[in-house]
Design a protein around this ligand. Structure first.
Ligand SMILES: [Fe+2]
Length: 440
């Protein structure tokens, strides 16, 4: 009897109010230990799940423990990245018969290799690439205009002579099927996408956000059953110099408590997926784990906390959610690119099958043994945030969306000549191609 009471108390603490029959069911499933396990795993929303789930978390409830032995771990991380992307490249017909670099150097002549770019230098003859695989490395000369980044994993076709490679073609892992069409699902339900709420900032646009919540709860938002938020849920503390001047709430727990008040106003039949961003209370190195229990328990059970990145399927529609911190790195590496070209940068990520391809620039990478930033499966929709612009397009059947923010321009952004485009909500109706945008 005591255990039953404990179960109820814990569920109430987590905003879950079960009926007597539901409690009976929970006791049959394992009672207190079952409930504690679900809460610990951030899956409290599953405790009362009655019907067959309409969504699946394919990747996204991981902690991503980082190793302490740094150099060995980074070696493992890069090897994992190489092997995962190599597997994708090996499935390309044009790369069949690829050989290891040491085999190619011994046998010379026309060769195809799959390599990681160790170094790139520009010369008057074109690019000089240092290419590496687990068997060795080779210097390669290439006369193309591609945007090659350090650490890219690419297929390289060319001629090996005197221990050097003369490159004819570079193949990126890219998308699986270039004639893929946008996925349409037989469902009237819609998914709303927003990002970068920045609760706690003086520039958080609360009136506009409340109008959006009112719309969601009302007749017009009737078909929207899911909400995806791509990180920077709160403004955080100590993120950039002088941030304290921009803060309305200087305690990060107060910021999450206020966010919870807003989120709790959303009707509870909308399932809300949230990932963290660089302003949230988790480690900044990517991949970022989902928010800790002390934050999760502030929120109602229809909120599902995921890691950054996360890969989910909603009614059979696959979505890759990433905060987008690496978009800043791409700005430094792609000539002439602007923040407004978020979709072009996202296409570059899909082309490389990696969410943070440039190591050692602005995005800190955690030394995990496995590389979780590799895009192993091409999604139907790829969403980011972070750069506070609103942009979408379709890239070989995959919708690319940079979801809009809820924060006015900060002094810091003004200094960096950065103009946000806030308060736009993007809706994906599962039975229609494209997206709809509403400005609040
Ligand atoms: Fe942000």
């Amino acid at each position: 009897m005591d255990e039953r009471r404990d179960v109820m108390r814990i569920l109430w603490d987590n905003g879950i109010f079960p009926t007597t029959r539901e409690i009976d069911e929970i006791m049959k499933m394992g009672g207190l230990s079952y409930v504690m396990k679900k809460i610990r795993e951030g899956r409290a929303y599953e405790i009362l799940r009655k019907e067959e789930s309409k969504f699946t978390i394919i990747k996204g409830d991981r902690e991503f423990p980082a190793s302490s032995g740094k150099s060995e771990s980074f070696r493992k991380l890069f090897l994992s990245r190489y092997m995962k992307i190599r597997k994708i490249l090996e499935s390309r017909v044009s790369l069949s018969g690829s050989v290891n670099i040491d085999y190619g150097m011994k046998n010379e002549g026309e060769s195809t290799i799959i390599a990681m770019v160790r170094d790139i230098r520009e010369s008057k003859y074109g690019m000089i690439l240092d290419l590496e695989d687990p068997s060795g490395h080779i210097i390669a000369y290439y006369n193309g205009n591609d945007n090659i980044f350090p650490d890219d994993v690419i297929g390289v076709k060319g001629n090996i002579r005197n221990g050097k490679m003369y490159v004819k073609e570079i193949v990126y892992p890219g998308v699986d099927n270039v004639s893929k069409k946008e996925k349409i699902v037989n469902s009237e339900n819609g998914i709303a996408f927003i990002s970068d709420i920045h609760v706690g900032s003086k520039m958080f646009m609360k009136e506009n956000f409340l109008k959006f919540i009112e719309w969601l709860n009302g007749e017009k938002g009737r078909n929207v059953k899911y909400l995806v938020i791509s990180g920077d849920l709160v403004d955080g503390i100590g993120i950039y110099p002088g941030q304290e001047m921009d803060l309305e709430l200087s305690d990060i727990f107060d910021q999450y408590a206020l966010l919870s008040q807003y989120i709790s106003r959303i009707k509870n039949d909308i399932t809300i997926f949230m990932i963290p961003g660089n302003h949230d209370l988790v480690r900044i190195a990517e991949p970022q784990p989902f928010l800790g229990e002390e934050i999760r328990k502030m929120f109602p059970p229809n909120v599902i906390f995921l890691s950054n990145p996360a890969y989910i399927s909603i009614e059979g529609f696959n979505i890759l959610i990433y905060h987008g911190t690496s978009l800043n790195d791409l700005m430094d590496y792609i000539k002439g690119i602007k923040y407004e070209n978020a979709d072009t940068m996202m296409a570059e990520l899909l082309k490389r099958r990696h969410l943070a391809p440039i190591y050692g620039n602005k995005v800190p990478i955690a030394p995990t043994d496995e590389d979780y930033m590799v895009i192993e499966d091409i999604p139907d929709l790829f969403v980011t945030g972070h750069i506070h612009v609103h942009k979408y397009s379709v890239y070989y059947g995959t919708i690319l969306l940079n979801a809009s923010a809820w924060q006015k321009q900060t002094e810091y952004q003004k200094m960096h000549n950065f103009n946000p485009d806030p308060c736009k909500v993007t809706i994906k109706f599962l039975n229609k191609p494209g997206l709809e945008t509403i400005k609040f």
